[in-house]
Design a protein around this ligand. Structure first.
Ligand SMILES: NC(=O)c1ccc[n+]([C@@H]2O[C@H](COP(=O)([O-])OP(=O)(O)OC[C@H]3O[C@@H](n4cnc5c(N)ncnc54)[C@H](OP(=O)(O)O)[C@@H]3O)[C@@H](O)[C@H]2O)c1
Length: 359
């Protein structure tokens, strides 16, 4: 353990603990470092850490200026920094018992090199810094996309099924590659327990999170325009394929992250998703459209054909994610991690579209 650690012995070593269990008197509150706390996942996680007596201190690190007090996150010390800067990470993580790595470029609006240096090199930097400061656990937000969109994927994917790079989508390729790289790092550093969560699309009041929907100088405008998805002002007829999909609420992701932070189950990978499977028509209906359902097969075939086109810009590569349904089995997270979602997929979608001006 690093000499910089400030907690007492036994803070982590007492076996599984549930989200709703009170902190034991003998337990010393944990220090948790979070990269990318200002995005969708951070918005689900940090309020839970704020309200949890087992967590004493939260360190947040991301690139843009941010005042945690504005959100009432009084436990958080925020440092402006970049995951491409290993020294900044080591300094920020001083005293961390657990490192939660959420910083990532999802939309691919930057160059391929920049995206890769943040996503792949940055993740390895974060793991390296966690090892240097002597963190006991490393918690990483992977994705259902790590399974790839392969013809032989089962109808319900469980954690026994291998993660394999997608054919085109940079994001899914990096997620699969990172799971392997992190597993390799964990073998070299058996003193750190590695937890991976694999959620589907995350919804909730902060669904857009820190993502840049528009590229370059237009990014601030994009953040302003798309900060909150809204219902259509008038019903519009829309042809939509009957594609099955899972969603999860940001708060349920936060609760799964907390279970990993506490080491409530064995290290490893966990699928998580809200209950229920929705179709694209269900989603269109919630957005206020009048869906005209189409059979899924032609749409899947079209998505597969499109995703094979040469010279697709990174943002268009996302069509591959629609080329095969990827539905996960979440039994392991329920049985081993003591997690279960409070929101169904439909409730998560409705909470995303809820008009909070009225409340
Ligand atoms: N949202 C989803 O639907 C979803 C689904 C499955 C998995 N995931 C995974 O969950 C993780 C978190 O996703 P999210 O939706 O919360 O992302 P997000 O909303 O885009 O937030 C990304 C966060 O990372 C920070 N960040 C980006 N680049 C950084 C850098 N170079 N150095 C330091 N901080 C940086 C951002 O702040 P700054 O821009 O200020 O740096 C922001 O705080 C990602 O790994 C993502 O792949 C997300």
């Amino acid at each position: 353990m690093s000499p910089t650690k400030r907690r007492g012995a036994g803070a982590l070593g007492s076996g599984p603990r549930g989200l709703d269990e009170p902190a034991g008197d003998a337990q010393r509150p944990l220090t948790v470092a979070v990269t990318g706390p200002t995005g969708t996942f951070g918005s689900g996680l940090v309020p839970l850490l704020q309200d949890d007596d087992r967590i004493g201190r939260v360190i947040g690190i991301a690139r843009r200026p941010f005042d945690p007090a504005e959100r009432g996150w009084t436990k958080m010390e925020y440092r402006q920094g970049d995951v491409r800067d290993p020294e900044a990470l080591r300094t920020a993580f001083d005293g961390a018992d657990v490192v939660v790595h959420l910083a990532f470029m999802i939309t691919g609006n930057a160059s391929r090199e920049t995206t890769r240096s943040i996503n792949v090199d940055g993740t390895l930097n974060v793991f390296g810094a966690a090892a240097t400061v002597g963190a006991d656990r490393f918690v990483y937000a992977s994705s259902v996309a790590a399974y790839g969109f392969h013809a032989d994927n089962p109808e319900r994917i469980d954690e026994e099924w291998p993660t394999r790079p997608a054919a085109r989508l940079f994001y899914a390729q990096e997620k699969a590659e990172l799971e392997e790289l992190l597993a390799d790092q964990a073998r070299r550093h058996p003193e750190i327990a590695l937890f991976l969560l694999r959620p589907p699309v995350v919804l909730g009041p902060h669904a857009v999170g820190g993502k840049d929907v528009l590229p370059g100088p237009l990014a601030p405008l994009g953040r302003m325009l798309f900060r909150r998805p809204r219902r259509l002002p008038v019903p519009v007829p829309l042809f939509v394929p009957e594609l099955p999909m899972q969603f999860i609420h940001e708060e349920d992701v936060g609760r799964a992250l907390v279970q990993c932070i506490l080491g409530a189950g064995p290290p490893g990978a966990y699928n998580i998703a809200g209950d229920g499977i929705l179709t694209a028509a269900d989603v269109a209906r919630e957005f206020g459209a009048l869906p005209i359902p189409l059979p899924a097969a032609p749409a899947l075939a079209a998505a597969r054909a499109l995703s094979r086109l040469p010279f697709l810009p990174p943002v268009a590569e996302w069509v591959e994610a629609a080329s095969r349904p990827a539905i996960m089995d979440t039994t392991k997270a329920r049985d081993k991690l003591g997690w279960k979602p409070r929101y169904s997929g439909l409730e998560a979608l409705r909470d995303t579209l809820a008009d909070r001006r009225a409340t």
